[in-house]
Design a protein around this ligand. Structure first.
Ligand code: PLP
Length: 746
């Protein structure tokens, strides 16, 4: 069963609302503007819903318009206020909005301010660490304000605004006042008329009505300009035939609310939230809440876990079929901090790692029990993966290579289970705590911490990592290599080094050998998939670059996997053969068509022309690269079924991380299909194995959403395996996770 904890994004439709909508479509389907009986019935229904909404919202003599949702309500309110300001004598100078407002508000202000040619100054009202408006600031600016927009409750944090305090701060101000009531509907008494609010938009889908129906309150006497002109519906304030099924559904929700049925009272909801909060704290002991619970809606929790990214938590929760949302926008390489949390002055790690958990007021204790149980399972899974910074783990000793990426910079951890030792290549300061925690939890010691080159602008974080583990290295050189050693042994593996000056004078490649021979190379920034590292730094050796590349080719050949120090667009790895075909400059120097000086000169021109974006620009323009989009390598489930019928030797690869796979959602595939679990962080190592697959063997990757599997398929394709695919939409689009088995008829 799915546990949906993202009610602030949208809610399911209440059964009573579904029934009412269906009845409005099947029986009472009339147009409320028609004057025959069918129309009159529809009008009566609509009037009844409006009257209900008036009571619930305390709308008094104000107008309530049905429209499509809050975004339209916000536009209408802003247009109305700004049109009035345009014509006002002694026009006020400021438009103010709360710094944590939903994007629809500042965007509407900017849009209409420009379109109407007002060009008033638009300012954000600062909020405190508790997320509440700075009322002194507001009081000081109110006399010059023409419109003030403040939400009743915040969608990310649940922080409830002090509407009475705001009303007091606005006393005597000429400003019109809009209150975005979206998240407060059904959860807080709004008393719109009493408070002197001029405009208040609402969306039905945040409270168990369908999407596409909303309300706008307009105070009696407040200026109004219609957004939509036409047939004159809603007293010509909002033209367009009304969404009667939506109105009927909203009416059914409001009826439940008014009658005190279905909806839980605030104290009960607070009890639910406290139980969820306790379950979270127990599952993730270092967890911090991002807003004071006593100031928040009783249905919203926003938190971060130090040392664990929002992406990891989202994937983890989703694997446990707990739907929550990230307070920030995440991509594979970067997480953008939440604007709301930044406005509250939270540190950027916290603003970037935040998770929102929200439930609706129609929730029962069994649902909360199940949610708490799943939260506990998520915590256990992280601990077992040694990813919870606060807890010792029970993880199976890890073996092999793991890749970490921070803003495009790559760090590799090579672990050896037999000797319980590990080597870290290109440590990153952002990862020190996480790596140290992981190594401690696994009971591993450091054999070496190596940099592939020194950095002009910052010191290596190798020292920090050694200290974090309370280990002291023996004598080492500036890049961390043990003095006098030819090789670093690691169980059956061994690392050797090859100087490759160019990017910097001390650039060094580390060659990893196993029992079979040379396995792969940590190449640093000398060769990046689709590009070469820069050589225009003060510490670069541009004239040495060509010879280094030639030496590299002699030492490792064309087909050995090269793992880069930077990977800006999820390419993972490359080989010299692939790069020769993609980069004419590299091909020329390796074929001896360009000498050291000619190569350095051509490269300098490239760097000068393309500047800092050289990597990405060259990468996307590379010739045999398959482009930068994954659409060509995606396949639908039906295509996978067909492929499986033709290719029983097909290899399916689950690229979700172990902490997701551990939650029991991994499809248990029957004996007919070969299935491997290779987390994306372990992909580089697996790519070595897959290089030797017969070219006709299809490899199909799958994950939760289709994003990570698409990266894996493209990475394998770039290495020349054309039969690499990903399952479009991932497990999320299958009816049930285990349905992959059923769908493949195993
Ligand atoms: N205001 C708030 C506080 C919201 O949470 C939302 C939706 O997330 C909106 C406005 C916009 O609502 P809609 O997308 O339904 O128009």
């Amino acid at each position: 069963m799915e546990i949906y904890l993202d009610a602030n994004a949208t809610t399911p439709v209440l059964p009573q609302a579904r029934e009412a909508a269906l009845a409005a479509m099947a029986e009472d389907f009339g147009n409320p503007s028609s004057i025959h009986s069918t129309g009159l019935k529809a009008r009566a229904l609509m009037d009844g819903v409006r009257a209900r909404a008036r009571r619930v919202l305390g709308a008094g003599q104000g107008r309530l318009l049905f429209l499509s949702g809050a975004t339209e309500g916000i536009q209408t309110a802003v247009l109305s206020a700004l049109s009035a300001l345009r014509d006002a004598p002694g026009r006020p100078a400021l438009l103010l909005y709360g710094a944590t407002e939903h994007k629809a508000v500042p965007e509407a202000l900017k849009h209409w301010n420009a379109l109407l040619g007002l060009h008033l100054e638009v300012l954000a009202i600062p909020v405190g660490r508790d997320g509440r408006h700075d009322l002194d600031w507001l009081r000081a600016h109110a006399p010059r304000a023409g419109l003030v927009c403040t939400m009743a409750a915040n969608n990310e944090t649940g922080v409830i605004s002090d509407l009475d305090g705001i009303a007091a701060a606005l006393a005597g101000s000429p400003a019109l006042w809009m209150v975005d009531g979206v998240q407060a509907l059904g959860k807080l008494p709004l008393r719109l008329e009493d408070r002197g609010i001029d405009y208040a938009p609402f969306s039905g889908h945040k409270l168990y009505a369908p999407k596409g129906i909303g309300l706008l309150y307009v105070r009696e006497g407040a200026p109004f300009t219609p957004l939509l002109a036409g047939g004159g519906q809603e007293g010509a304030w909002r033209s367009g035939t009304e969404n009667m099924s939506g109105i009927a559904a909203l009416g059914a929700v409001l009826a439940e609310l008014e009658a005190g049925r279905s909806f839980r009272d605030a104290a009960t909801l607070q009890g639910y939230r406290d139980r969820l909060a306790a379950a979270l704290q127990q599952a993730f002991p270092g967890l911090v809440f991002n807003a004071p619970p006593e100031l928040c809606l009783p249905t919203t929790l926003n938190f971060a876990v130090p040392g664990i990214s929002a992406k990891v938590l989202l994937d983890l929760f989703d694997a446990a079929e707990l739907r929550v949302s990230g307070g920030s926008a995440c991509s594979a390489a970067q997480a953008r901090p939440s604007d709301v949390l930044q406005a509250m002055g939270l540190p950027s790690w916290q603003a970037a790692a935040s998770i929102r958990l929200s439930f609706g007021p129609v929730t029962d204790p069994a649902f909360i029990d199940e949610a708490c149980a799943r939260i506990a399972v998520c915590g256990a899974s992280l601990r077992d993966s040694c990813l919870d910074p606060s807890a010792p783990g029970l993880a199976v000793p890890a073996d092999g290579l793991t890749r970490f990426v921070v803003d495009g910079a790559c760090c590799y951890l090579l672990a050896d289970a037999a000797t319980r030792r590990a080597v870290v290549v290109d440590p990153l300061p952002e990862l020190t705590d996480r790596l140290a925690q992981w190594l401690r939890c696994q009971g591993y010691g450091l054999a070496a911490v190596l940099d592939t080159h020194s950095h002009g602008d910052h010191a290596s974080s190798a020292g920090e990592l050694w200290s974090a583990l309370a280990q002291v290295p023996g004598p080492i050189d500036a890049l961390g290599w043990p003095a006098g050693a030819d090789a670093i042994p690691l169980g059956t593996r061994r690392l050797t080094r090859l100087p490759v000056p160019g990017h910097t004078l001390d650039s060094t490649a580390y060659l990893l050998h196993d029992a079979q021979g040379l396995r792969l190379v940590f190449i640093g920034d000398t060769v990046m998939p689709g590009a070469l590292g820069r050589s225009d730094f003060a510490q670069s050796a541009p004239l040495d670059y060509a010879a280094s590349l030639v030496r590299l080719q002699q030492a490792v050949g064309g087909d050995t996997l090269l793992l880069p120090g930077h990977d800006y667009d999820d390419r993972f790895a490359s080989t010299l053969a692939v790069e020769r075909a993609a980069q004419p400059l590299l091909a020329d120097v390796l074929a001896g068509r360009l000498d050291a000086a000619g190569f350095a000169q051509a490269k300098a021109v490239l760097e000068c022309d393309l500047g800092l974006t050289a990597y990405q620009t060259v990468a996307c323009g590379a010739r045999v690269d398959g482009g930068c989009s994954g659409a060509d390598s995606e396949m639908a489930l039906t295509e996978l079924q067909a492929l499986l019928a033709r290719h029983p030797d097909l290899l399916l690869v689950d690229v979700r991380e172990p902490y997701e796979q551990r939650l029991g959602q991994a499809p248990v595939l029957g004996p007919r299909v070969r299935c491997e679990a290779v987390a994306l962080s372990g992909l580089p190592d697996a790519l070595v194995e897959w290089q030797t697959l017969p070219p006709t063997t299809p490899v199909v990757f799958f994950c939760r959403s289709g994003n990570r599997s698409s990266q894996a398929a493209r990475a394998l394709r770039r290495l020349g395996h054309a039969q690499a695919w990903s399952l479009r939409g991932g497990l999320a689009l299958l009816p049930r996770p285990a349905a992959l088995d059923a769908a493949l008829a195993i």
